[in-house]
Design a protein around this ligand. Structure first.
Ligand code: ADP
Ligand code: TRP
Length: 327
């Protein structure tokens, strides 16, 4: 079975963008692939988070992954920092990674521009740590968004380079993976392109009913269509995308018809959307609360995940050490 590995930086709660863009497909993939999911807490250190945030946010993602339906028996969920072997591979890859190529990575250049007073070596070597995460477990496929494409290219480069330097056919090149043919992009309700944490426009899986209603009712709209069957401007299109995601075809068709015949009342649409988003989130929200309250279970899941990841990591490292010439 092909191995799939996915990492997420623990930077807070999961939102609907994370769910429809990633986690939903993880839940399906766990039945078809040999999946491993991990929480990239080392990667998150580049921004110097507070210790209590590190602890809390790893636990949060763990509970939320479980609530979404990831089954730790099928697919281990582990915390990156629980599997120390990755550090050793990270070190080996760093010896074969060149300053020039690391400096040319777009996301690094962006950080240099945006936070010139915190251009740390961890940021520079972010791609080598990510390559270690992936190659450690010989992943075939890595489900990532467009923004991670360059990091994936670096992982393939480091795999090829290792093979060339040591004249082996050891690491295979991992491929970026899109589970569904069409990438789902969850829009923001503020009329902007994308729902995202840094955009501050998220509906979180853990949001309560009142919060969801408030956020949806605040969604940006316009004065309404001025002629029949006209093309929908961005903010309105976004609302319809949401209808498609959570309300289903019938509701979508109904409001689409209302829009096309210029009878639409955005207030009604929003009320329906708020109710449907809440109906969608409610069972997940309840499970998040249950899992979050069960520290013992969360620890067991993380321990099980770490054990399985360590096994796979230890095997790779034994072979890599030998190839490099240690022992
Ligand atoms: P954020 O920065 O908003 O927390 P991340 O960049 O950490 O989100 O994304 C984690 C995962 O969720 C990635 O796989 C990403 O592609 C997916 N994702 C995030 N936002 C969206 C969105 N609005 N639509 C679709 N997928 C998304
Ligand atoms: N860089 C990824 C992100 O920001 C997170 C990540 C770290 C990752 N290591 C990984 C993703 C390995 C996939 C595989 O979203």
């Amino acid at each position: 079975m092909e191995r799939v590995i996915s990492g997420i930086r623990p930077t807070g709660n999961l939102h609907l963008g994370n769910y429809f863009g990633a986690v939903k497909s993880f839940v399906k993939m766990q039945d078809e692939y040999d999946c491993m999911f991990f929480i990239a807490d080392w990667h998150s250190l580049t921004t110097h988070p507070k210790p209590e945030n590190i602890r809390r946010s790893a636990k949060t993602i763990l509970a939320e992954y479980l609530a979404c339906g990831i089954d730790p028996e099928k697919a281990p969920i582990y915390i990156q920092s629980d599997v120390k072997q990755v550090l050793e591979l990270y070190l080996y890859f760093n010896m074969n990674a060149y300053l020039g190529e690391l400096e040319r990575v777009t996301s690094f250049k962006e950080k240099v521009r945006k936070q010139p007073d915190n251009v740390n070596a961890g940021l520079l070597t972010y791609p080598t740590l990510m390559a270690a995460d992936i190659l450690m477990h010989k992943a075939d496929k890595v489900p990532v968004g467009k923004d991670q494409e360059q990091n994936m290219e670096m992982a393939r480069l480091f795999a090829r380079r290792f093979n060339r330097i040591y004249e082996v056919e050891y690491f295979k090149e991992p491929q970026s993976f899109h589970y569904t043919a069409e990438a789902v992009k969850v829009p923001g309700l503020d009329g902007s392109g994308k729902m995202g944490k840094s955009e501050g426009n998220c509906i979180y899986l853990c949001d309560d009913e009142a919060t969801i209603r408030k956020k949806v009712m605040r969604a940006v709209t316009d004065a309404g269509p001025t002629e029949p069957n006209q093309e929908k401007p961005e903010p309105i299109k976004n609302l319809f995308t949401f209808l498609e995601l959570v309300s289903g075809k019938e509701a979508y068709d109904y409001y689409n018809e209302q829009y096309n015949t210029m009878q639409i009342r955005y207030g009604d649409l929003k009320k329906q959307l708020a109710a449907d988003i809440n109906a969608f989130c409610a069972p997940i929200r309840e499970k998040i609360q249950t899992y979050s309250a069960d520290d013992e279970y969360l620890q067991r899941v993380a321990r099980l995940g770490a054990e399985r990841a360590s096994e796979s990591a230890e095997k790779t490292l034994r072979e890599v050490r030998q190839i490099i010439g240690f022992r």
